[in-house]
Design a protein around this ligand. Structure first.
Ligand code: MG
Ligand code: ZN
Length: 187
């Protein structure tokens, strides 16, 4: 499989998650996980498109505003670009679970939208997440998935065991190196 497009979950994959029940509401609260910027840059330099697909129910619950979310993403995007890992698209679901939208993972809407916007086929895309919801959204969108052991990842790995049936990596840079290696194997 040659990967030309990586669809990344945000919290627990790129940045430290906020404590359960709270949200990253301000740019200052967005803290990159170790190696995440490097992982993005590795992929970008290899010509891989980068999308972010993130549930942000704090908006729908009235805990944070869309403007606050935009400010957080502005910081994320500018720092990623400055490091050489510019993001092609940042897609988010702002809805609360009770709204029953089609974009909140595990629904497949965000993943489908990321694929459509990327111009890369679902077959050459992969979802990277730390939560069972990410893997389920990928499955329902017909896109491969991988789990990282950052964020909720270790717990997800324990809970799902072999049922996850997806490759597992310690973190984003390890996954990035594997993807780049994979692409080279087939060229
Ligand atoms: Mg996550
Ligand atoms: Zn939604």
């Amino acid at each position: 499989m040659s990967v030309r497009h990586v669809i990344l979950d945000r919290d627990g994959v790129l940045n430290y998650e906020a404590p359960t029940g709270s949200y990253v509401r301000e740019p200052a609260e967005f803290r990159w996980l170790p190696g995440a910027l490097e992982g993005l840059a590795l992929l970008r330099r290899a010509g891989v498109r980068l999308s972010v697909a993130t549930n942000q129910a704090g908006v729908g619950r009235g805990v944070m505003s869309l403007a606050q979310l935009a400010a957080v993403h502005e910081r994320m995007e500018s720092e990623a670009a400055a490091y050489g890992g510019a993001l092609d698209a940042v897609l988010y679901c702002p809805h609360a679970p009770e709204e029953r939208c089609s974009c909140r993972k595990p629904a497949p809407g965000l993943i489908e939208a990321a694929v459509a916007r990327s111009g890369v086929s679902a077959n050459e895309s992969i979802v990277v997440g730390d939560d069972e919801r990410d893997l389920e959204a990928a499955r329902r969108a017909g896109v491969a998935a991988a789990l990282v052991r950052t964020g909720k990842g270790r717990r997800t790995e324990e809970l799902m065991g072999n049922a996850a049936a997806v490759p597992v990596y310690d973190d984003l840079p390890q996954l990035a190196r594997a993807i780049i290696g994979m692409s080279h194997d087939h060229t």
